[in-house]
Design a protein around this ligand. Structure first.
Ligand code: DQQ
Length: 521
């Protein structure tokens, strides 16, 4: 599997479609939309393939797209088809039978494609329509990802009936030098609070997020700004540059969000690719997975988004262990026992005192990922490295270290967060890139918190309450099953205090069991 497609909530059921090759473990030149449904976003029932490449307008693949729920409670899907001449075009599909609670069958509009490749755009540079939003002028809008001469483009289309689409004279946004924009996402976030809102909400109480996937880097970047449907313009406060805002500074791509009216939240999911080889994918018979769903909202400072695992994870929690006020001196290792360390949810926060002795570092112009790989978990500092060792073998030969370092510069303190995969496996030939980013918190007043979800080969970490996130894929050979251990550690010369720690075993979700979902009206 790769990209999540068309996530939505409809009549009591969450739907997730995703890019899928039903005939093998690798991406292929015949991609389909697979389909799963859930009542809780945790346990999933796989259904039949929803959209297959069968028609001249999609015969060479059914690529990514999005769902929109039209007035009268009618869901529709827009997706990219690769047509018989290998052009990327945008197609419409609707459920065959709205009274089927799972919307198992989808019918393609016979007039497809509804949007053709624009003049002057290369045949393979036009894809991934978003969920539509509706404005006061009675017209729907979508954007479609593209590029021209390396300028990444979000083309804007309008339609009154969802079938006839007209391209607006100027794109919603474009940025030179960024290459093709894949899987764009455009949605409002409340200025105040953590609730999400429907994609069509326009009001002074929201800002708009434009997220784009940069194919050349396989990274999702976002901007926060102001959108006016009357002027049809979007003015981001932060411009897209490679050093700026990402949902996740690890492996996390082609993400898509949707509004969940049940809990008034916006939920984000993404494709998390493998870090092993194609030969490994073939040997294991699969590749790619979906991230654990996150709630997403605007930070109080309006400068970034915050993400947090959806609360339904609690359905899988068992065996809570906890700890308060534990001092971690230089070189301390504290084993977190009593939980399944290979499938766990851990929350930990650290309190620091004597910050004035923190090391000096000028953060301007430096690449945090580079500092994290040069100063890995084994390099002693003053404040840090301290954090967690996940999926660790008993002798620590294997460990995935998620940790912090605190520096100062001209009386200002700043926090670096790292996810160090360099010792995650004794195996060679894996991508063990170390990830790094700053966390926008004030260590004089805020505790430094980390939450990490560990599940066999994926480690998802949320620093500073979800301000900085990393997703890593790791393939331990020793730290597997009962042999896997979890530690809190401090390898800095200054002591840090674990003010609070809670950890849970996480039970297995049901994701591959047919017909576990019973329709509840
Ligand atoms: N994956 C899809 C495309 C999209 C890319 C094809 C992003 O639609 O641009 O599987 O991973």
């Amino acid at each position: 599997m790769n990209d999540p497609n068309g996530p939505m909530y409809y009549n009591g059921v969450y739907h997730l479609f995703y890019q899928h090759n039903p005939f093998g473990p690798l991406f292929s030149d015949q991609m389909y939309w697979a389909h799963s449904v859930s009542h809780d976003l945790i346990n999933w029932t796989p259904l039949d393939l929803a959209i297959a490449p069968t028609q001249p307008f999609d015969i060479n693949s059914c690529w990514s797209g999005s769902a929109t729920i039209l007035p009268g409670n009618k869901p529709v899907i827009l997706y990219t088809g690769i047509d018989s001449q290998n052009r990327q075009v945008q197609n419409l599909a609707v459920p065959k039978n709205l009274s089927d609670p799972f919307l198992r069958e989808w019918v393609k509009y016979t007039g497809n494609p509804v949007i053709n490749l624009p003049d002057g755009i290369q045949h393979d540079d036009f894809r991934d329509p978003t969920t539509a939003w509706f404005a006061d002028d009675g017209k729907w809008r979508i954007i479609v990802g593209s590029q021209k001469d390396k300028t990444g483009i979000a083309f804007l289309y309008q339609s009154a009936d969802f079938v006839n689409w007209t391209r607006h004279e100027s794109p919603l946004h474009e940025v030179a030098g960024t290459g093709i924009w894949e899987c764009p996402d455009f949605f409002p976030v409340m200025i105040d609070g953590t609730n999400g809102v429907d994609t069509s909400v326009m009001s002074p109480t929201v800002k708009h997020v434009l997220k784009v996937g940069l194919f050349d880097y396989a990274r999702d970047y976002y901007m926060i700004g102001d959108y006016s449907p009357e002027k049809e313009n979007y003015v981001p406060k932060n411009e897209l540059t490679l050093g700026t805002l990402r949902y996740d500074y690890g492996k996390y791509y082609a993400s898509k969000s949707f509004f969940d009216p049940v809990k008034n939240r916006r939920i984000l999911m993404a494709w998390v690719n493998e870090s092993d080889s194609v030969a490994d994918d073939i040997a294991k018979g699969w590749s790619g997975l979906q991230s654990f769903p996150r709630s997403i909202w605007l930070d109080r400072n309006q400068k970034q988004l915050v993400q947090w695992p959806i609360e339904e994870i609690e359905l899988l929690h068992e065996n809570e262990v906890s700890l308060q006020n534990e001092n971690l001196e230089d070189g301390s290792l504290h084993e977190i026992q009593g939980i399944t360390a290979w499938q766990a949810d851990v929350k930990i926060s650290f309190k620091l005192t004597n910050l004035e002795v923190a090391e000096e570092l000028d953060p301007s112009g430096i690449d945090p990922q580079l500092i994290c790989s040069e100063m890995d978990a084994s390099k002693k500092g003053k404040f840090g490295p301290f954090g967690l060792l996940a999926l660790a073998s008993h002798d620590l030969t294997e460990q995935t270290a998620i940790f912090f370092r605190v520096f100062q510069n001209n009386g200002r303190y700043f926090v670096l967060m790292c996810s160090d995969q360099s010792r995650s496996s004794t195996r060679n030939g894996l991508d063990k890139t170390t990830y790094g980013a700053f966390v926008d918190i004030y260590p004089q007043q805020d505790e430094i918190s980390l939450r990490t979800l560990i599940d066999h080969s994926i480690v998802e970490s949320f620093g500073g309450g979800g301000k900085t996130c990393f997703t890593a894929r790791v393939y331990p050979t020793l730290a597997i099953g009962e042999e896997a251990k979890l530690f809190a550690f401090n390898n800095g010369t200054e002591s840090v205090v674990i003010s609070e720690l809670s950890a849970w075993s996480v039970k297995k979700a049901q994701i591959n069991i047919e017909e576990t979902v019973v329709y509840r009206s």
